[in-house]
Ligand binder design. Structure first.
Ligand SMILES: Nc1ncnc2c1ncn2[C@@H]1O[C@H](COP(=O)(O)OP(=O)(O)OP(=O)(O)O)[C@@H](O)[C@H]1O
Length: 234
């Protein structure tokens, strides 16, 4: 299977903290769902910032399809950990932002999805009028509806209550099944990573050809924790 995203021997350090990523190699295949789990400070968000082109590694190369993307932004739909909504834009205009960058805003589709996440009545509200969980749902929707084929989700559901989180997790899986985007998902929570593995199994068994795994990062080193892996040939 073709790698959609490839990190080859990526090393990144910061002045204060020293080496954070030490020779990381990671391949994510087309349509694959990969959870990245690890303790706080192990470098999970730093990996995303490198893939998203927000920072440059001092060593190593990053590829999207076969194209080198070191330091390039705009290739990936990225939902960072911190609130990334633009305060001067309404909810609907924030959701449409990712699509506007590609000149493809689809207001009707955005409204359809806002209804699904119970935010239809807030489409004309501004971010300061929303709770933390509502903002997270808006940012998540913007990322999902962006046209790029790779989603980077950095703890997208951390501000949500258990019930809403469960709904969003199920929703994310159904979107992944329907759109077959490549998803990299950061979480602190091993149970959440296992949820996606188990949730993916029925789909993968049906499709006969896929591959799901979780990665566990230790400071400076990457170890692969193969919780579940399936590779079927069609
Ligand atoms: N811009 C920066 N300048 C200096 N140090 C940084 C910078 N960004 C990250 N770091 C440091 O790099 C290390 C890894 O940070 P990172 O945010 O990638 O970890 P993380 O695994 O995502 O943590 P968390 O789960 O708490 O979000 C931390 O020690 C952090 O202080």
């Amino acid at each position: 299977m073709e790698a959609k995203i490839r990190l080859e021997n990526v090393t990144k350090s910061f002045k204060d903290t020293g080496v954070v990523l030490d020779d990381i190699t990671l391949h994510v295949n087309d349509g694959e769902f990969v959870s990245i789990i690890g303790p706080s400070g192990s470098g999970k968000s730093t990996i995303f910032q490198c893939i998203g082109g927000l920072i440059q590694p001092e060593k190593g190369e990053l590829f999207l399809d076969h194209r080198k993307i070191n330091g390039e932004t705009g290739n990936i739909a990225y939902m960072p950990q911190q609130n990334s909504l633009l305060p001067w834009r309404t909810v609907i205009d924030n959701v449409l932002l990712g699509q506007e960058l590609f000149h493809k805003p689809d207001k009707q589709e955005a409204q359809k999805w806002l209804r699904k996440i119970n935010l239809f009545d807030y489409q004309d509200a501004y971010p300061h009028q929303l709770s933390g969980g509502m903002k997270q749902r808006v940012a998540f929707l913007r990322t999902l509806l962006s046209p790029q084929s790779v989603l980077l989700l950095d703890e997208p559901f951390s501000a949500l209550d258990e019930f809403t989180r469960f709904d969003m997790q199920k929703w994310l899986l159904s979107i992944w099944e329907a759109k077959r985007k490549s998803v990299l998902f950061i979480t602190h929570n091993i149970e959440e990573a296992i949820f996606y593995l188990i949730g993916s199994i029925s789909y993968l068994l049906g499709q006969l050809k896929s591959f799901v795994r979780s990665r566990y990062l230790l400071k400076g080193r990457e170890q692969t924790l193969c919780l579940w892996k399936a590779s079927f040939s069609s």
